[in-house]
Design a binder for this molecule. Sequence first.
Ligand code: TRP
Length: 324
Amino acid sequence: MKQRVFSGARPTGRQHLGNYLGAIRNYVALQNEYDCIYSVVDIHALTSLEDTKQLQSNIYEMMLDWLAAGLDPKKCILFVQSHVPEVMELFTLLGMVTPLSWLLRVPTFKDKAKLQPHNVNYGLVGYPVLMTADIVLYKAEAIPVGEDQLPHLELAREIVRRFNNMFGDTFPEPLAKLTAFPMVVGLDGKDKMSKQLGNHIELALTPEETLERVKTAVTDPARRYRRDPGHPEVCNVYRLQQYFNELKTSGIAEKCRQAEIGCVDCKELLAEAINKDLAPFRERRQALAAMPEYVTKVLADGAARAGVIARKTLVEVKERMGLD
Ligand code: TRP
C-alpha cells in the first residue's frame, strides 16, 4: 500500500513563486508515488482574524493555482479543512492529552503572540493541536513541509506518542518530508518571499507584469554602476535565475562578474525564463477560471472522500478514549 502524505496550507489567495518552488511543485511530484491528501486550512486562518473577509476568494484563487500547477483530483484528495468538520472534534479530544506547557513553548506561538499582542486567542495556542488533528485524522505518515514547520511536527509526534501510550496504538508517528528547495528569498533580497511582506511575484501575473515585478528586485548592493563587476553568489536575482534559467546560469554568472551584462539585462533574462516556465500554467489557469463550478465540484468531491476516512478514525478514537 502507498504511504499516506498529508499537507495543509493556509488560504493565502493567489500563490507566488515562493509557494510554487517551495511547496506546490513538490505536492505535484508526490501525487504520483503516494496517497496524497492536501488541505486548504481555513480554520487555521481564523487564528489571525484579519484574514476572514477574503477567505472565500482566497480559497478559490489558491485552488485555481493548485489545479493549474498540476494537482490532479484524480490522483489526490483536495479539500477545504472546515468541509470535514470531524477535525474539530478530534482537535478537542487531542486537547485533553496535550499539556499546556508543550504549547506555550512552541516558537511560532511566541512569535505570533508578539506579532498580534491584541489577539492572543485560545485557538492560537492550540494551533499545533489542530494541525496534529489534521494529520492523524487521516493517519498520515509523511508530511511535506518547510523547515519553519518542524517544531509543529515534533509536537505532533509527541502528542501521537502520548495518545498511543494512554489509549493503545492508534496513530502512526508522522514524519516531516522536507522539500529539496531552500527558502525562496523575496524581491527585497532579505526575507522569505511572502505576500504579507509584498516582496513576492504572483504566478498568475501577465508576462509584462512579471517583468515589472522582477525589475524591482534588489541585486548585488556592491554593484552600483553598469561597469562594476557583479557578485552573483550574493545576488538574489541570480539565485532566482538558478531556479528558472538552469542551462544558462553559468554564462550569466560569468557575464555578471565581467560586467558584460548589467542588472537590467539579467532581470530581463530572468523574467523571460519565468514567463516561459509559467506559460502552460497560465494557460491552464485561464481555462479553469472560466469554469468556477469545476473548482466547487473538486472541493465537494474531495471533502466527501476525506470525510469517509475521517469518520472512520473518529469512531476508533472515541472508542479508545472510552466515549463509546
Ligand atoms: N501550519 C501549516 C503552515 O502554516 C499549515 C498546516 C495546517 C499544515 N495543518 C497542517 C501543514 C498539517 C502540514 C500538515 O504552513
